[in-house]
Design a protein around this ligand. Sequence first.
Ligand SMILES: *Cc1c(COP(=O)(O)O)cnc(C)c1O
Length: 389
Amino acid sequence: MNNNPYAWIEASLETIHRADWYRSVQTINSLPGATVLLSGQKVINFASNDYLGLAGDERLQTAAIKAIQQFGTGSTGSRLLSGHRELHRELEQAIASTKQTEDAVVFSSGYLANIGVITALIGKRDLILSDQYNHSSLKRGAVLSGAAVIEYPHNSTAVLAEKLSQQRQNHRRCLIMTDSVFSMDGDLCPLPELLDLAEEFSCMLLLDEAHATGVMGKTGAGCVEHFGCTGRELIQIGTLSKALGSLGGYVAASHTLIDFLRNRAPSWIYTTALSPADTAAALAAMKIVQQEPERRQRLWDNVNYLKQLIRDNLPNLKILPSESPILCFQLPDAATALTAGKHLKEVGIFAPAIRPPTVPTSRIRITMMATHELEHIEKLVNTLKGMQL
Ligand SMILES: *Cc1c(COP(=O)(O)O)cnc(C)c1O
């Protein structure tokens, strides 16, 4: 008998290798942007969540530096003890104003926001209905809550309605939860139908706008705005780390719900407040999102240009349905996706292979940025054409 209680880890890693599921980090040695230095090699960057190109923006840098000089690097405690600064409140008010909700609260990451909200609102006597393709943070939050969890097939409001009519009456509270832009596919949830079902069956609805904030909707408020659902009662979650170019997460909802979270969300109460630099950078980004709609327009022009080039040049490429700046090319297996990703990198294109267990089927995932130039997009399409995928 092998007595080493850690021996299983090496065996497990070997299995991961054999399945072509092994992952490791890659180093970027430059400012973030449409092109970056990846392990010293200049590449066109189709792998970033920095949709509006703000993570390297000088105005965000200046705001962060100023905040550090004024308030230091660490916030020194949780929000309820010594960590709260006026900057946090300004950021929360800017978020609530963009989302047109009564209030908002910022967390140290989007992941912590999801875990905090779900575990504060839902317990053992309750029911969670969760889209099969939801982000890991929603799924983990559901498990942590101790509630009964039912996953419904991706975007299937028919199955969701069926489960609700069968199960809703057996539980105290019910939470329906979904990504608004699905992060590994790029399609959108059917928000108006979900809101109607939530109303009909007396359920709360949690919408994760991580990839939608700053991107979707006329003013960049997200999919709620995109679908014309502004003002309807729901819980909006998002991140400060994607289009807003900083770090942190938020919840936007009614005054009562936010007040409750400040008293009951463990991942807000028992963790250190967002740093002054991250807070100030996100606040600067919120202002830019409002004041420079042309950035969002450039992002969508780029998305449409790529889609048009693909239609004209790559009729056989299997593209997953997308209504966002996330575009995925489906590939038969993990090994093919890895080879394709490697080849793209060799010619100077950074577009990662996404494989199980992150997603059910292997793919190359492209994210567009407002700051991509036409020639970046043309090089991508010409390279894919040469690869005969
Ligand atoms: C990225 C992401 C998160 C997590 O946000 P972080 O701020 O990076 O922790 C949550 N939900 C979705 C859908 C995401 O894509």
